[in-house]
Design a protein around this ligand. Structure first.
Ligand code: ATP
Ligand code: MG
Length: 287
């Protein structure tokens, strides 16, 4: 299934981020709904080629836990992506409505996201921007990872000083270390850190490194992430959740478990069988 952005009609805006805008669109012939993400970039033809290569990687990813990309266009300094439409919005939207999520919901969200990360990692893709607004939901109670690869594309097309769009609040300590430069291992481990932080935000209602309502301040965040003890689960959490979070949020990336081993962590497996119903969370989320 390949969809040309030219064959779509814009219905309405779905949201916008630091890099561009997202629209609900409908295919003229099939009447199917998609999300169209439009990113404004100033780039040269050589960079443009590189972008199209990366878009290829994006298009090849085919997992039920990853938002599908059906096509792309590059026109007049605008890159657009035709994406699977996720009709219940992002985990960030869910958090705005529900403030904090109970552990059974967290475990089900974590299970699906870990499956997505496992898929990306075995295909040698590091996401690098796992956070609530990049985890999308639909009425089928599916949670999918969005925007993978897009952060890489953006980093390669923007001036160095602005190469990181959005926030660094979910970045792991080693990513601030100019000498560590990842190594293959810590790249994957950085996604595990970001997942831990995202789940903790869902449990408490606010980002662990930001006090409520505080705006992200780069230097301050960096100092907090690198020099304070890693955040931990609230005192009244279950032992399983506490352990899961402490395993994800270890400062040494080599100690963080891989996505596949976290899938068999007791926090994920304990509610198995009494499969968790996310519909309560999604009811009021009309998009
Ligand atoms: P940032 O740019 O800082 O990463 P962001 O992730 O919120 O923030 P976008 O990726 O541009 O920015 O997405 C903006 C919003 O559009 C999301 O929060 C989400 O609500 C909506 N959105 C994005 N992709 C889809 C999609 N495939 N289906 C439905 N809604 C989407
Ligand atoms: Mg996003």
């Amino acid at each position: 299934e390949v969809v040309d952005p030219e064959d779509l009609i814009k219905m309405r805006p779905l949201g916008h981020g630091s890099s561009g805008k997202v629209y609900l669109v409908q295919h003229k012939a099939t009447e199917k709904l998609y999300a169209l993400k439009v990113i404004q970039v100033k780039h040269e033809p050589s960079v443009s080629k590189q972008i199209l290569t990366e878009v290829d990687i994006l298009r090849r990813a085919n997992s039920p836990y990853v938002v599908r990309c059906y096509g792309s266009g590059d026109k007049g300094g605008q890159i657009s992506f035709v994406l699977e439409y996720m009709d219940r919005g992002s985990l960030a939207n869910v958090l705005e409505k529900h403030k904090a999520l109970g552990e059974p919901y967290l475990a089900e969200v974590a299970r699906q996201v870990l499956n997505g990360l496992h898929y990306l990692h075995i295909n040698k893709i590091v996401h690098r921007d796992i956070k609530p607004s990049n985890l999308l939901l639909n009425h089928k109670q599916e949670v999918k990872i969005a925007d993978f690869g897009v952060s890489t594309i953006l980093a390669s097309t923007m001036a160095p000083c602005t190469s990181f769009v959005g926030t660094c609040a979910y970045m792991s300590p080693e990513r601030f270390d100019p000498d560590s430069h990842g190594g293959i291992y810590s790249g994957y481990a950085a996604d595990i850190w970001s997942l831990g932080l995202t789940l903790l935000e869902c449990a408490t209602g606010h980002c662990p490194f930001l006090s409520q309502g505080e705006k992200a301040d780069w230097p301050k965040l960096m100092v907090a992430i690198c020099y304070s003890d890693p955040p931990s689960a609230p005192a009244d959490s279950s032992p399983e959740f506490k352990d899961f979070i402490s395993k994800c949020l270890q400062k040494d990336p080599a100690l963080r478990p891989r996505a596949c081993s976290l899938l068999s962590h007791p926090f994920i497996t304990k509610d198995n069988g009494s499969s968790v119903d996310l519909s309560v969370l999604l009811q009021s989320m009309s998009l």
